[in-house]
Design a protein around this ligand. Sequence first.
Ligand code: SAM
Ligand code: SF4
Length: 326
Amino acid sequence: MIADSYNRIHDYLRVAITDNCNFRCSYCMPQEDISFLPHNKLMSVDEIVAISTTFVKMGVKKIRLTGGEPLVRTDGAEIIKRLSTLPVELTLTSNGFLIDRFIDVFADSDIRSINISLDTLQPEKFLKLTRRDAFNKVWNNILLLLNKGIYVKLNVVAMKGINDDEINDFVSITKDLPLHVRFIEFMPFDGNYWNKDKVLPASDILQNVEESFSFIKIKDEINDTAKKFKPLNHEGTFAIITTMSQPFCNTCNRIRLTADGKVKNCLFSSGEVDLLKAFRNGDDITGMIQMHFAEKHKERGGQFPSNYEYTDTARINNRSMIKIGG
Ligand code: SAM
Ligand code: SF4
């Protein structure tokens, strides 16, 4: 069991299998000096499976593959297939571009739910945000997943002046499609030019939706990060991930493993522990994991003021999101 000093039990592992990506979302990666890890610094397939297995023995019940873009790894199919033999719920977060190539792998590996990131429904804006002309490809892949009966959550990073005019368009697509839209408040990471004025807080999102839709609050699961709502007579739902305006750290059960094998006890932790180096040296990593979680801060890596509007990004010591794995 991986516990911390606030009695939180951590049983959900998010593994970044690469820090590389075929998109260039500015909120996720620094615009300048982008360099990706050399092959020998990345965890190999065997290392991913072995380290994940250690976590499973310590109580992990769910594994999410992320990155970077997890599906750009040429051995991605092997990683998915091998992890699917572990006694866990296996899932992934993807930008959607390569989904069609993996659709049979998902079926063979019993993947039932996938999170796809999509911040706009407008092809031209998509090109500006991701620097790739790929809206139609991603949208068709979302429809393909639905056709195959996979539960799809759509991650939308909500940003003022960027996509705040599309909140109701996203809710509208849940009318006839069983999609689960999740608006994520924009978070600060290394090099992403965050400032408080770009955050579209949950209160603004709800006010916006209220003007056009009738909806009810639906029950959240104990470790959910999203507050969920159901528009009346819609196939799908929408939710808000309120990391900035209403943090949900008291029920956190997440463990993050970076593509270079470092464990982080929080998305915003400044500290990390090099499990891959220890593993390659033949050391036992169990104690290192326990100790790192014993030191976990109560809230947001101990790096944020309670009111996000006073956040001073110069004082936050962390990686960029693409180097952590969301
Ligand atoms: N490439 C995959 C994708 O885009 O879904 C997986 C990795 S991405 C880092 C994981 C999630 O983090 C995505 O849903 C992305 O939108 C989200 N994300 C990245 N930067 C963010 C930020 N600054 N604030 C909020 N969410 C962010
Ligand atoms: Fe790539 Fe995902 Fe980051 Fe966009 S959000 S740059 S798709 S890792």
